[in-house]
Design a protein around this ligand. Structure first.
Ligand code: GAL
Length: 342
């Protein structure tokens, strides 16, 4: 896994360097006019593990850019703590402070129009990420962008981890040998586009791949480890010896399910997640998590950052950041299983 990881890091560094060069040239050309960039970032929740991983990478991007380009980058990162109101106020503050661009991880993806109104009035571009504003809102202005790891792709890759395992060794999943793999499902926030799509396509991929599945139960744990752990604790008591697979919309909930299994001293149930967060990848390494689907966080954050910088400098987005419809960037994803990444 380590060699492959290095390879991905190298790849994304290449991507980053190319992007740096391009935006860098742009920055150099405009250097006389602008030798500092102010970026306002608002996170839907600062305690979300995946979002925190992205935040760390964004901070690195800003540092690298400053060093390479000699352009000062002030990145003001705020936590909206799950409140759309708070986030709207943060946006107002960013604008009054003279931010050149906004990077917004919306609390309520259906309420992005308020932020868009303010940004359009101030003529400040917005890079949304991870929680997709509705299409109507995204179509309102050509200075709106969205960065994500596409939900259907994550789910199909997650499903294929299980399909591959079943083909290699059906008995490792169908442990009681009754000819079906009995599973439970842990879902993210019901209002998040990723939850529904991931659930639908993970299950569909299992079916298409010929895994004989039967759902025991499922529930919403809002991406959270503790909520998933509480649900799993109940299910382990209610369905003793029946659960063979736990399909989770993200790694944190997968880790919560594993916490509950460890408390109940139950082993052997296969768990799959999505995100490739730092603790998620560690759990794959230690064999507690069968597999996860990761996007390259460096590349994900690199796309947010370089789109933002281009927007702030009024320059074209570097062509290395391949945008769909001129505004959507979908970060490539890959499977992570023990000793292997593909
Ligand atoms: C999902 C991710 C979750 C959580 C959520 C927040 O894409 O898989 O772990 O971070 O976004 O919006």
């Amino acid at each position: 896994m380590r060699n492959m990881r290095k390879c991905y890091i190298r790849l994304s560094s290449l991507f980053l360097c190319a992007a740096l060069l391009l935006t860098g040239c742009a920055a150099a050309e405009k250097k006389d006019e602008k030798n500092s960039i102010r970026i306002g970032v608002s996170l839907y929740r600062g305690d979300d593990t995946f979002i925190n991983n992205i935040r760390g990478e964004l901070e690195k991007c800003a540092k690298d850019y400053e060093q390479e380009m000699g352009v000062k980058v002030s990145m003001d990162i705020q936590d909206a703590k799950g409140s759309q109101n708070t986030q709207n106020n943060q946006v107002e503050r960013f604008l009054s402070l003279g931010c050149d661009v906004l990077c917004i991880n919306p609390v309520d993806r259906t309420a992005a129009s308020v932020i868009i109104d303010k940004a359009m009035a101030a003529e400040i571009p917005v890079v949304f990420f991870n929680r997709q504003p509705v299409e109507e809102d995204m179509d309102r202005w050509d200075q709106l962008y969205y960065v994500e790891a596409a939900a259907k792709e994550s789910a199909v890759l997650q499903g294929s981890i299980v399909v591959d395992r079943y083909r290699e060794s059906p008995e490792s999943l169908d442990q009681n040998g009754d000819g079906v793999v009995s599973y439970v499902l842990l879902e993210g926030e019901s209002s998040h586009q990723d939850s529904l799509i991931r659930t639908e396509w993970s299950v569909q991929t299992l079916k298409d791949g010929g895994v004989p599945i039967e759902k025991i139960t499922g529930g919403i744990a809002n991406w959270e480890r503790s909520q998933a752990s509480a649900l799993m604790e109940q299910w382990l008591e209610k369905y003793p010896g029946q659960i063979e697979l736990i399909v989770c919309n993200n790694d944190d909930m997968a880790l919560g399910a594993i916490d509950a299994m460890e408390r109940a001293e139950i082993s052997g149930i296969s768990v799959v997640g999505i995100d490739g967060t730092t603790p998620g990848l560690e759990a794959v390494e230690s064999g507690r998590l069968m597999g996860t689907v990761s996007c390259d966080k460096e590349r994900y954050a690199g796309a947010i950052f370089h789109i933002a910088v281009s927007g702030a400098l009024g320059r074209e987005i570097p062509p290395e950041i391949e945008l769909e419809e001129g505004k959507y960037y979908r970060c490539p994803q890959y499977i992570v299983i023990k000793n292997h990444q593909k």
